[in-house]
Design a protein. Structure first.
Length: 399
């Protein structure tokens, strides 16, 4: 087991605070965006198209921004550019009069995410060392998810205040919330500009910059295993639908999703500590197994109580599988190509997320309301267990 981790550096704290305020801003919008789009006359297909194209744009840019940050040998400027782009985009949603305009704004917002994500993760890796890298990424994921919780609650609170105390049309209420969401976004950018430091870029004198040499076979094996798991890492939407089937009342659905986010935020930092102390590979395998156990639970569950307990396990498992792989990436590649490696990692996840949920939903529809969930979540449990086994067998402990 690893030694006691050292104190986290200031960059980790700064990026955690930045992600917190950025997610407050984003979730204030995303929590009510489907309702706003419906009010503008968009159908479910249009809403799905908007989110699908937005996430595809983000996934595509992540590998290029990671590679370019390696070539540039600077991360800070790209990270700041990405956050600025997302912040500048947000108020334009308030001005939209049709779903096509919302699509354009969402593309701009997600392009900002695509530009910043890989350089940011590389910067976190360079601002930590192997002994506390799990804790660094755990803190970042905790702050990110805590921001999502606060943003969702703020959107709900503002809707209540506007609806109770002001005689506003509901669409105007949405627009006001979108405008107010810019404030935490601005705070996040100011935090970055004032306090983020460019770490010293590690350069190996005789290191080869070829993909074959710098991104060796073990890294691609790791990506294949991560990709296998991502094929059953369904969107929360399928679990929400299963909770409703199990009898969770519709008014409580946002609350059960909040339970998931609270469990995630509460366990992300402890998961980082465990990864540094217990071993990152072993903990990630446990995370895959916990996710598989949760899926099996949803396959055989029969009451609302089961759904509430399983959503807690959902949050705990995803806290591990979201944060620990990020802490494993730097040890597998040349220090000169951390950004490129993170770009490839995020691209694999982004490309597979959409078909994973689509296939899961299709299987559910094909086999029907009774058998569909058993097969959908059952095969997810099996694939997650296989991914855990392959991780333990084929990914070396020491890089």
């Amino acid at each position: 087991m690893d030694e006691k981790p050292q104190k986290l550096r200031s960059n980790i704290i700064v990026l955690g605070i930045t992600s917190f305020f950025t997610d407050v801003s984003s979730e204030m919008i995303l929590a009510i965006l489907p309702l706003f789009l419906t009010a503008l006359g968009a159908g479910k297909a249009a809403i799905g198209l908007i989110e699908g194209l937005a996430e595809f744009a983000a996934s595509t840019l992540k590998i290029f921004s990671g590679w370019y940050s390696d070539k540039l040998r600077k991360r800070k400027s790209l990270v700041i550019l990405g956050y600025i782009l997302s912040t500048v985009a947000k108020p334009f949603i308030a001005l939209a009069t049709g779903w096509g305009q919302v699509l354009a704004v969402r593309l701009m917002d997600r392009m900002g995410k695509g530009i910043r994500t890989s350089p940011r993760d590389a910067l976190i890796a360079e601002s930590s060392d192997e002994k506390n890298r799990g804790r660094a990424f755990g803190l970042h994921r905790m702050m990110d998810t805590a921001g999502a919780v606060v943003g969702t609650l703020l959107a709900s609170l503002l809707l209540y205040i506007f609806g109770r105390n002001f005689n506003m049309h509901i669409v105007f209420q949405y627009r006001m919330i979108f405008l107010l969401a810019v404030i935490p976004g601005i705070i996040s950018v100011i935090t970055l500009v004032l306090f983020l430091k460019e770490p010293k870029f590690h350069h190996e004198e005789n290191a080869s910059l070829s993909v074959k040499a710098a991104l060796p076979q073990r890294f691609f094996v790791f990506l294949v295993i991560v990709g296998l798991f991502e094929l059953v890492h369904f969107s929360y939407a399928l679990f929400i639908l299963r909770a409703a089937d199990l009898g969770v009342p519709i008014p409580l659905i946002p609350i059960i999703y909040l339970v998931y986010n609270l469990a995630y935020a509460g366990f992300a930092m402890p998961a980082g500590y465990l990864a540094d102390w217990f071993g990152k590979k072993k903990l990630l395998a446990i995370g895959y197994l916990l996710f598989g156990l949760m899926c099996w639970g949803f396959a055989v569950a029969s009451s609302p109580v089961h759904a509430w307990l399983l959503f807690i396990l959902f949050g705990l498992s995803v806290a591990i599988v979201d944060s620990v792989p990020r802490a494993m990436v730097p040890a597998m590649v040349s220090p000169n190509l951390k950004g490129t490696a993170y770009g490839m990692y995020h691209m694999v996840i982004g490309v597979l997320d959409l078909p994973a949920t689509a296939v899961g939903g299709l299987v559910w529809d094909i086999f029907g309301k009774t058998t569909g969930p058993i097969i959908t979540f059952g095969y997810a449990a099996v694939v997650a267990a296989v991914a855990a086994f392959l991780l333990l067998v084929f990914v070396p402990k020491k890089q």
